[in-house]
Each structure stands twice: as structure tokens, then as C-alpha cells.
Design a protein around this ligand. Structure first.
Ligand code: URA
Ligand code: SF4
Length: 259
């Protein structure tokens, strides 16, 4: 699939471009031609998720940034460098995780003074239009844990009323995976005032550390996870979550009560 011309009309829904019997390879190829929303005119290319097809952890960001848009890979710019530092700090290997975004095209506007491309937050309509790509990535990878990086990813998966600041670092229940965690976006750590930057980075790393600890515990009772997965992961996900989930700090009791 090739990039559509700028004069092509958006259809309003990425579902129009999902191939039959999708695999990650087929999805990645089809996403190149997506015109689910207006953003295909904005970005240089579709930046699709990457990582092992059976990754146990999936990280979901907002949208590709300036560097990602040019290079065609997720989290390879400044926010990605911070994410790499967090991975190093908690002993996660980037090659073992699946990295994707809620929205697959870079949304930007030109700064009148500097002429640089300034990142713009995707709208609710754009998040909704792009959602089928993420939905299919989750259904195929079947991660044990999903980590939402920032409000856009959290709103995409947990509903518009979800507050990252209230629920960061907690294990959350959702229909998407046996466990879901939300934390701030690494770019917000980079934007923190210099006096707060170190603390913001420490808190971000602490949130990722909680995910790793959860996985270590889950590993011990992997069978429970696998069987729960089979029950919970019906292929028909809802389209656009509207209610915030219940948070639960006790993963064991949550798991057994939902099994
Ligand atoms: N920010 C994101 O949310 N995703 C990227 O891939 C890069 C920056
Ligand atoms: Fe398609 Fe998503 Fe890009 Fe919009 S942002 S054109 S829905 S891939």
C-alpha cells in the first residue's frame, strides 16, 4: 500500500483500511495507505508499531514526533531517549517490548517565527478514527501488560474521563489486557521546569518499575494469566471506551476475581 495523495478524501475511520485476516505485517503494510482521518496529509509517513509479535509488554504513546515522522520509527527522538533511559534503569530491553502510538501520523503546525514543526495534540476524533489500528495490534500481540504513556494513550484505551495524574503507576482493569498501567508521557518529563525535572524523571522510572514488578509476579503465576487471557480477550472489542476503569493495587485479588 502506498501513501495516498494529499487530495484524497479521508474516510473518517481506519477500520476502512484493515485488511482481511490481519497479521502485524499485513496491518503495517495497509496502514501506509490509511486515510482514516485528515492526518495522512500532515505526516510524512504512517509510523506503525514495532516490536516482537509476542511481546509481553506493549507501550502506547500519543503520536509520532518530528524525528519519528522523518525516520519512520516510534520513540527515536528526545522522548524516546528518555524512555530508553527508563528501560535501562529498570532492566527492560527495548527489543523485548512492543512500542506503538494511539495515533499513527504526526500532527503539527508550522511555528510562524522559527518555521519549525510544532507538535499538536491529536483531537478526540483523530484518536477515534485511528483506534482500529491499535485495537488490532493489541488483539494480535496479546500483551500481558499495556502501559499507556500520557493522556492521549490513556484516553484512547480507558475513556475520555480517565485521569493519568490520579491513577498513574496503578494496576488497572480493562478489556485490553490482563493488566494495564498508565503513566505520564516521557515528553512531559522533558518539559518539566529544571528544578522539577530530576524528580519527574524519578517518578516516571518508578512507574515503569511497578510494571516490571507486576510482570515478575505475574510470571510466577503465568498459568493464571494465560487462562484469564483466553476468557477476557474476545476479539470483539468495544470501539471507543467512555468510562474510566476501576483501579486496583492488589493484582492477585483482581486476577482471581476476574478469572
Ligand atoms: N511521542 C510519542 O508519543 N510517540 C513517539 O513515538 C514519539 C514521541
Ligand atoms: Fe489513518 Fe491514523 Fe493516520 Fe489518521 S492518523 S490517517 S487514522 S493512520
Amino acid at each position: 500500500m502506498t501513501k495516498p495523495t494529499r487530495t484524497a478524501k479521508p474516510t473518517g475511520d481506519a477500520a476502512d483500511f484493515i485488511p482481511p485476516r490481519p497479521t502485524l505485517t499485513k496491518l503495517r503494510a495497509a496502514a501506509k495507505g490509511c486515510r482514516g482521518c485528515d492526518l495522512f496529509k500532515c505526516g510524512t509517513q504512517t509510523v506503525f508499531g514495532e516490536g516482537p509479535s509476542r511481546a509481553r509488554i506493549m507501550f502506547v504513546g500519543e503520536e509520532p514526533g518530528d524525528v519519528e515522522d522523518k525516520l519512520g520509527h516510534n520513540f527515536v527522538g528526545p522522548a524516546g531517549k528518555l524512555l530508553d533511559r527508563a528501560f535501562d534503569a529498570v532492566g527492560l530491553d527495548r527489543d523485548d517490548v512492543y512500542l506503538t502510538n494511539a495515533v499513527k501520523h504526526f500532527k503539527w503546525a508550522k511555528d510562524a517565527r522559527t518555521k519549525r514543526r510544532i507538535h499538536k495534540t491529536p483531537s478526540a476524533g483523530e484518536i477515534r478514527a485511528c483506534f482500529p489500528w491499535l485495537q488490532h495490534e493489541i488483539a494480535l500481540v496479546k500483551p500481558d501488560v499495556i502501559v499507556c504513556l500520557g493522556a492521549t494513550a490513556a484516553k484512547a484505551l480507558l475513556g475520555r474521563n480517565f485521569s493519568v495524574m490520579k491513577s498513574r503507576g496503578m494496576k488497572l482493569d480493562s478489556e485490553w489486557a490482563p493488566a494495564l498501567f498508565a503513566t505520564v508521557h516521557p515528553a512531559s518529563v522533558l518539559r518539566a521546569p529544571s528544578g522539577e525535572r530530576t524528580r519527574a524523571e524519578r517518578m516516571f522510572i518508578a512507574d515503569i518499575q511497578k510494571v516490571v514488578r507486576y510482570l515478575a509476579t505475574a510470571n510466577q503465576s503465568k498459568q493464571a494469566i494465560i487462562s484469564k487471557h483466553a476468557v477476557d480477550r474476545s476479539p470483539k472489542f468495544s470501539r471507543w471506551p467512555t468510562t474510566a476503569p476501576r483501579s486496583d493495587t492488589s493484582s492477585e485479588s483482581t486476577r482471581s476475581s476476574r478469572a
